[in-house]
Design a protein around this ligand. Structure first.
Ligand SMILES: Cc1cc2nc3c(=O)[nH]c(=O)nc-3n(C[C@H](O)[C@H](O)[C@H](O)COP(=O)(O)O)c2cc1C
Ligand SMILES: [Fe+2]
Ligand SMILES: [Fe+2]
Length: 407
């Protein structure tokens, strides 16, 4: 856990979380940071908190001391959203002192009661409401469903800092510099990869609301973006805003000039077809190819790759009259994230009567995915020479369609 200065009177407390599944589900191979902020005017406010903050009183006291802040002087606890990754610490904070006001949205207050039985000293704020700390005038902007219904962003008019909560966040531990101005271009690109995986996992399903949040925040004179996870954007805050605009747009496609191959195979028959597909795709130098075997690849990575891809190859056998189960689960999750309008090509092996294709059609329809498929190539057992020729034609057609869509 470390403390750093964001700008005049604004400080960050940050902790990296590793070796866990974020939301109990997503692998974070490079960790994820939880960022909390202190704004020190004549009065002091803290924005969000960090979970896993073991022994909060000691740590917290220590860090506040570094900042010359008495814990009792924290007058306002601003909860940009109620998800316990940001608020789980509130009970610990109460051990330090109990005389603070909680600031949250109308939808946040009942959640605060339901999750932490906290009902006292709550100040409900909405769009355009302000709080004058003396030296820092904060304005609140509701950005519902980014990513819980109660979410808001807090804007400090004096420093131009937008505390954006989950919006504009990224995965990735931040021990070698929490700020874009301290990072090399190579580092920033690394964090942008972390950002799009974070986006695809955590906020993708709410892309429409992210879009609205971007529009709303665009009306504010932003100089710094300080999210609840990942890098603080001080030098070029519009870089992450533009990134997020692209991530929103990928939902409905076309996305990037990328093709993702998702494949699974029990005895290597489907894999024989996959090898042909990959061999052909790797010759296409202008197209990035992501190849993921299921179920070995993490869901988070699969979602990220499909999110940024305009084309998808699905390769799976029939299993008990249905589709190879991990592929069905991944496709349903992609449907729930509303990764629609992909250009796609499916291949796969079966033993006697098949069934994978039927389930694929069903999932596409049920999840309203509107993927545009080139004729599938299904084969009994191992692919024949003729099947491989058909696969080649399918790959070529997909490549052309992707090139046509992403000019
Ligand atoms: C557990 C299991 C269940 C299967 N269920 C079906 C089935 O319901 N219908 C069918 O046509 N083939 C079925 N098959 C046959 C496979 O689809 C066939 O062996 C295919 O070649 C497997 O491709 P793979 O080696 O890429 O996994 C099943 C095979 C296994 C091992
Ligand atoms: Fe969240
Ligand atoms: Fe969060």
């Amino acid at each position: 856990m470390h403390v750093s200065k964001v700008t005049d009177g604004v400080y960050q407390l940050s902790i990296n979380i590793e070796n866990m599944l974020f939301e109990g589900l997503w692998e974070v191979p490079n960790g994820v940071s939880m960022n909390s902020y202190i704004i020190k005017g004549e009065k002091t406010a803290i924005i969000d908190g960090v979970c896993g903050w073991d022994g909060v009183p000691e740590h917290f006291f220590g860090l506040l001391k570094e900042l010359d802040i008495e814990p009792e002087s924290i007058e306002y606890v601003i909860l940009n959203h109620m998800e316990p990754d940001h608020t789980g610490w509130i009970e610990d904070l109460k051990k330090i002192h109990n005389n603070f006001k909680v600031i949250c949205t109308k939808k946040g207050a009942p959640l605060l009661e339901a999750f932490f039985n906290h009902t006292e000293n709550i100040m409900v704020v909405g769009d355009g409401d302000t709080l004058d700390l003396g030296g820092h005038v904060l304005e609140f902007a509701e950005i519902p469903n980014v990513h819980w219904p109660d979410t808001m962003a807090t804007f400090d008019h004096n420093t131009g800092t937008l505390f954006s909560c989950d919006a504009f966040g990224s995965y990735g531990r931040v021990d070698h510099g929490n700020y874009d101005d301290m990072l090399s271009e190579e580092d920033l690109k690394w964090y942008e990869e972390e950002a799009v995986r974070y986006y695809a996992n955590i906020v993708a399903a709410f892309s429409m609301f992210v879009d609205k949040a971007i529009t709303k925040c665009a009306g504010l004179p932003i100089k710094i973006i300080a999210p609840g996870h990942g890098v603080v954007w001080r030098k070029d805050p519009m870089r992450i805003v533009e990134d997020y605009k692209r991530y929103v747009a990928y939902q409905k496609g076309p996305a990037m000039k990328e093709i993702t191959v998702l494949w699974g195979s029990m005895y290597g028959m489907t894999e024989k077809g996959v090898n042909k597909v990959v061999e052909l795709l790797e010759k296409e130098e202008d197209i990035k190819v992501n190849v993921h075997e299921l179920p070995q690849t993490s869901w988070g990575q699969i979602l990220k790759s499909v999110w940024t891809s305009t084309g998808v190859v699905l390769a799976m056998p029939t299993y008990e009259y249905k589709m190879f189960p991990p592929m069905a689960a991944a496709l349903e999750e992609l449907g729930k994230k509303k990764a629609v309008n992909r250009l796609a090509f499916r291949i796969g092996s079966y033993g006697w009567s098949g069934g994978a294709q039927k389930e694929l059609d069903h999932i596409m329809e049920q999840q309203k995915m509107n993927w545009s498929f080139i004729d599938p190539v299904e084969y009994k057992g191992a692919p024949t020479k003729d099947d491989l020729v058909k696969i080649e034609a399918g790959v070529k057609a997909l490549v052309e369609a992707v090139r046509e869509a992403v000019k």
